[in-house]
Design a protein around this ligand. Sequence first.
Ligand SMILES: NC(=O)CC[C@H](N)C(=O)O
Length: 446
Amino acid sequence: MAAPAATVSAPSRCLSSANPRSAAQLNPTSLAFAAPSAGHRRGGDRCLGVRAKVASGVQSASVVGDEAQRPWKLSDARLVLEDGSVWRAKSFGASGTQVAEVVFNTSLTGYQEILTDPSYAGQFVLMTNPHIGNTGVNPDDEESNQCFLGGLIIRNLSICTSNWRCKETLEEYLIKRNIMGIYDVDTRAITRRLREDGSLIGVLSTDESRTDAELLEMAKKWKIVGVDLISGVTCDAPYEWSDKTDSEWEFKKDQSSETFHVVAYDFGIKHNIMRRLTSYGCKITVVPANWPASKVLNLKPDGVLFSNGPGDPAAVPYAVKTVQEIVGKIPVFGICMGHQLIGQALGGKTFKMKFGHHGGNHPVCDLRSGRVDISSQNHNYAVDPESLPEGAQVTHINLNDNSCAGLQYPKMKLMSLQYHPESSPGPHDSDTAFGEFIELMKTNRS
Ligand SMILES: NC(=O)CC[C@H](N)C(=O)O
């Protein structure tokens, strides 16, 4: 990633050395916040066992001064925001010091898809749902092969996992991927601050040798606007993608008999965009963000997909140029960052929103039909519709703030959405957008 980031070291310890048995015995009321050992967290039965002990009222006194026996975990991490506020928290996942922009996400489920969405590079994701980790992590919900986000901020880390697909705990997963996480922090208060004052840069640290002032200085110096974050998340070389949505999860039964070749620009592409396109009958060639437009046009694809991706769309002029060289020649579909790059390529402007849209509950209106979808969203920038040339039409608006949520330019054979029709996580209402892209390619063929 091009943005300067502080180092994160591999964790030196697990979440807690606490013994769940003594946790139950010494301080039953602290259980909701106590961090049990990793072994204890797996499987509902063991959790229930502890709860049963609490209910039976087994208690004993703690030993004053016996720190090693403390059944609870003390706060061992800080989040210092650029406004000077310091939030003490407990760490899980990796330890170290990391700087990023804090964004809040209102999704109730899908933390694993959020963790693996490359569009979160350079950001700490704060989940407003207070209870996270209860379904653990599984191998099928990955939206990319890596976690690119700066870290995870949550209120309450589930004391156990309970899901038939769970293969490991959230804590184990973050440790493996060297991603910092904090819990037991007032996520509501931080969210209110972000809503009032707008996005803030923060520094997360488990390093007690660093002063608050030092961390504040770090937050103030760090910049995300104007930084190319795409080059840190895109693939190194082209590849083919052929995985459909698993039949178990497929809700669209009428599969297309026609096949379309789509070249997908990987600006930080989510797997589910490719799975959905494949389910709709596309054969996909994925290319890196800096892949020349001429090489793509030489392949004579039926269409081009400009993917989602992290950061400021105004900081990647090479990608805007590529989009410019392709639009108007073949059907194109832009999703999120792809939509913003199309806006720029048409001569429009993008701007940074106060705190953006991140969640699975945003109402979007399709102005052509009046239909309202509940959509999955993750963006901090938006296209200014006033800056677009004649011919480019706003097709969708976000009903929370009337911002531009979709575009079309029929003469240029283009369509784009500011949000995520592939969901993952989130509602599937807008999946029909992939069908619209198929129609665009079909019409262009005939
Ligand atoms: N999901 C995305 O593609 C994010 C787009 C862009 N990085 C933004 O924050 O606005």
